[in-house]
Ligand binder design. Structure first.
Ligand code: SF4
Length: 379
């Protein structure tokens, strides 16, 4: 088994983030029931202006090489009329740009062409089930599943590196092998699997248990051998699982992981057959506030899009100064946690979801209850 998971990352992201997310707007024509942004039809009056967006890009470019990747997200980033202008400006300063649009009538061939010409290389779309009934129910739009599959094909046709984001919920977890098959058929480059945080509209959705999370992580190691890279969001313990698998069962299956894993493992084999390809689960040891920083629609700066503790605002504060100097981010990057996440030997490589710790305990330095090592402890 091959894996690029590294054991020590101390200090790696102290000076600069790897990813800067900018929620350009909260406006979106969809109303997905797990939406982090609580998206609405019309953007707020306090959204950053084009000029303020330019200044934000300037602050990222001022970091020099390697520049962080700027991810334009929302809401739906295509609801901003100036997205091509801002992407062009970022490209002119050698700031790599990725987009995370919604699948609506705004996602046209001409817009995609303009964004490619503006230098945008990567795009991510959400797919939350392996069939129309599951995905359309999440998105609240009949026909959205088919539209998303067409949009993936369109992104590939325009030459984008494609990423599919799937939120794992109790209601769709047993479809994950079927989703993996779809991604392989569509030649998707990256599968980014979100583990639900009960924030925004997601607060009303049933998340998976820590035990099931562990089983899904084992399944994702298997799935990463079928032609696409697998990453996780708000499940940094995936890196621990990938490392354990590399050390303990090179090339093989773990034993006794559990029924959900067994189901997904055998379903994947049934759909795609065995694979001798290496594991593709490269994971920079990021977590909320470590390698990641998030700028909300009104300019507020957060450790991530799922951790609603405002650290400053780009209208008054320099984004990079906040990233480097804020006490909370120092504690997060220093793995200054409470409970099992502090004593865990993978506290640096993983460190748990700070967002889930906050959503559960109102303490961003608490242990992540989504990890089986935490839920199984007396914490
Ligand atoms: S106990 Fe915390 S640091 Fe250790 S693997 Fe679990 S979430 Fe990660």
């Amino acid at each position: 088994m091959d894996s690029s998971v590294e054991r020590s990352t101390e200090g790696q992201f102290d000076r600069r983030p790897l990813l800067v997310f900018w929620e350009m707007t909260k406006a979106c024509q969809l109303a997905c029931f797990h939406c982090r942004a609580d998206a609405q039809l019309i953007g707020g009056p306090d959204e950053l202006s084009t000029r303020e967006g330019v200044e934000l890009i300037d602050s990222i470019a001022a970091l020099g090489r390697p520049r962080p990747i700027l991810i334009l997200t929302g809401g739906d980033c295509l609801m901003r009329e100036d997205i091509v202008e801002l992407a062009t400006y970022a490209h002119s300063l050698n700031v790599p740009v990725a987009i995370a649009p919604s699948v609506t009538e705004k996602l046209t061939s001409s817009t995609l062409q303009a964004l490619r010409r503006a230098g945008v290389k990567s795009a991510s779309l959400s797919l939350d089930g392996a069939n129309a009934s599951t995905h359309d129910a999440v998105r609240g739009v009949t026909g959205h599943f088919d539209a998303t599959l067409r949009a993936i094909v369109e992104l590939k046709r325009h030459g984008f590196t494609t990423q599919i984001n799937t939120t794992v919920m109790a209601s769709n977890v047993r479809e994950l092998a079927d989703v993996a098959q779809l991604l392989q058929q569509l030649k998707v480059n990256v599968w980014e699997v979100f583990f639900l945080i009960t924030t925004g509209r997601g607060a009303e959705v049933e998340a998976t248990s820590a035990t099931v999370n562990e089983e899904v992580c084992h399944f994702l190691v298997n799935a990463s051998r079928y032609g696409f890279t697998v990453r996780t969001v708000e499940a940094p313990f995936f890196r621990r699982v990938a490392l354990e698998r590399r050390d303990q069962s090179p090339g093989g299956d773990p034993s006794g992981v559990g029924e959900t894993y067994e189901f997904l493992r055998s379903r994947l084999l049934q759909l795609l057959g065995p694979s001798s390809a290496p594991v593709r689960a490269p994971s920079a040891a990021t977590r909320d506030g470590k390698g990641i920083i998030f700028v909300g629609a009104n300019g507020d700066i957060y450790p991530s899009g799922f951790l609603p503790i405002a650290l400053g605002n780009v209208r008054n504060d320099n984004l990079i100064d906040v990233y480097r100097d804020h006490d909370l981010l120092h504690s997060i990057r220093g793995a200054d946690f409470v409970g099992p996440c502090q004593s865990c030997e993978q506290s640096d490589l993983c460190g748990g979801s700070r967002s889930r710790a906050y959503a559960t305990y109102e303490n961003p330095l608490a242990s992540d209850p989504g990890c089986v090592l935490v839920s199984g402890s007396s914490h």
